[in-house]
Unconditional design. Structure first.
Length: 128
């Protein structure tokens, strides 16, 4: 693609539905350990390496559904799984090998947040 061609290349913010902002903030900040930025009425914001995560109460029924899947990249999926399980996160299954790639193995483990949104840990293990 030439430099003058328009194209979207950077994610700035992700919005996830939360029906109870206080409960969601506690889950993302205290259970998952995400860096908390600020809270305003009906919304809370977190920083994820240059991408902002917004948790917001739905403004209408068309927005009242679980959001996109967030995949959190972790260097050691077994350790992350243990740490989060010890904090009360209920995983759908243990970390699972998803694909053997030429230069790494892709592992994932899925769980839900306090608002029934699907989340996942992902780890690209080299030399597996």
């Amino acid at each position: 693609m030439s430099e003058s061609a328009f194209g979207l290349r950077e994610l700035g913010q992700i919005s996830m539905r939360a029906t109870d902002i206080g409960r969601a903030v506690a889950f993302y900040r205290d259970t998952l350990g995400l860096p908390f930025l600020f809270e305003v009425p009906r919304m809370a914001f977190f920083e994820l390496a240059g991408v902002r995560l917004m948790l917001g109460e739905p403004e209408g029924s068309e927005h009242d559904h679980p959001g996109s899947v967030l995949y959190f990249r972790v260097p050691d999926i077994e350790r992350a799984h243990r740490e989060l399980a010890a904090r009360g996160v209920s995983f759908r299954e243990r970390p699972t090998l998803i694909a053997k790639m030429p230069d790494h193995d892709l592992w994932m483990a899925f769980f839900e947040d306090s608002e029934a949104n699907l989340l996942a840990l992902m780890s690209e293990v080299r030399g597996g």
